[in-house]
Ligand binder design. Structure first.
Ligand SMILES: Nc1ncnc2c1ncn2[C@@H]1O[C@H](COP(=O)(O)OP(=O)(O)O)[C@@H](O)[C@H]1O
Ligand SMILES: Nc1ccn([C@H]2C[C@H](O)[C@@H](COP(=O)(O)OP(=O)(O)O)O2)c(=O)n1
Length: 228
């Protein structure tokens, strides 16, 4: 099992998905689970500041997450929400849900369940999974075979996110993206440690690498570990 954490825009999702594809492993996007929980709370019109109401709703959330890297899926209550959870309204609100400690306990439990299934009898014949997020290397799966912290400078992360959301990295687009990257990381880092690598976690800095070079750098870490 490969665990990968990092801040927003470091390339976690795109790189993990590609690494999973190349190694024939499942791909678990744990951020999509926090986003799905946020979508579910918004849909049920719960006040996100009401910690116990949010926790109760998430405990009963009928979430189904598909882990094929060729086409990961997210359904809640039978509704395909893969696109809806990327809306900027969800990106802005998600930290309020992700900093709820009861929500974290519930999603952590579900993430471990999925990882265990994929380790033994997964979609790819049970060869394993690449799981990415903010606390996978430290809390969800500190026993992973390979643990990577993917980082990049704030400048690089803002430019990538701006390109994703606005189609360019002009000064005004970068400013419009700042809340979704910098403020969110600051809020998220109150409950998870993903800015500095924990003991035994290998840091890959992608600031000066392109996408393919970053994928290669992670594959090299996996190769050096001799465990996949
Ligand atoms: N060196 C790089 N490594 C990873 N992603 C990169 C790189 N350069 C540009 N990108 C792009 O930046 C975006 C990173 O987004 P994503 O993978 O969603 O990051 P995260 O999951 O960490 O927020 C993607 O559109 C990706 O193609
Ligand atoms: N293991 C995780 C994964 C995500 N989160 C939180 C932190 C983020 O603000 C949201 C959404 O995560 P996601 O990885 O989709 O965020 P990015 O926009 O890719 O940076 O969920 C978390 O607290 N723990």
């Amino acid at each position: 099992m490969i665990a990968l954490d990092g801040p927003s825009g470091s390339g976690k999702s795109s790189v993990s998905r590609q690494v999973a594809s190349r190694l024939g492993l499942a791909y678990l996007d744990t951020g999509a689970m926090y986003r799905a929980a946020t979508w579910w709370c918004v849909r049920n019109e719960v006040d996100l500041a009401d910690q116990s109401a949010v926790a109760a709703l998430v405990a009963a959330m009928p979430l189904d997450i598909g882990v094929d890297p060729a086409g990961p899926t997210v359904h809640v209550d039978g509704v395909d929400i893969a696109e809806a959870i990327r809306d900027s309204a969800i990106s802005t609100a998600v930290s309020a849900v992700a900093t709820n400690l009861d929500v974290r306990a519930e999603l952590r439990r579900r993430q471990r369940e999925i990882i265990d299934v994929e380790r033994t009898a997964g979609f790819s014949g049970g060869s394993g999974v690449v799981a990415e997020g903010r606390d996978i290397t430290t809390v969800v799966a500190p026993d992973a075979d390979v643990r990577v912290l993917l980082t990049a400078s704030e400048e690089a992360r803002l430019a990538r996110r701006s390109l994703d959301v606005h189609g360019d990295a002009d000064a005004s687009s970068v400013e419009a993206t700042r809340d979704q990257v910098v403020r969110r990381d600051r809020d998220d880092s109150t409950v998870s440690q993903f800015l500095v690598a924990a003991d035994g976690v290998v840091t890959v800095d992608s600031s000066d690498l392109d996408f393919e070079q970053t994928v290669q750098a992670v594959l090299e870490v996996v190769e050096r570990s001799g465990r996949h």
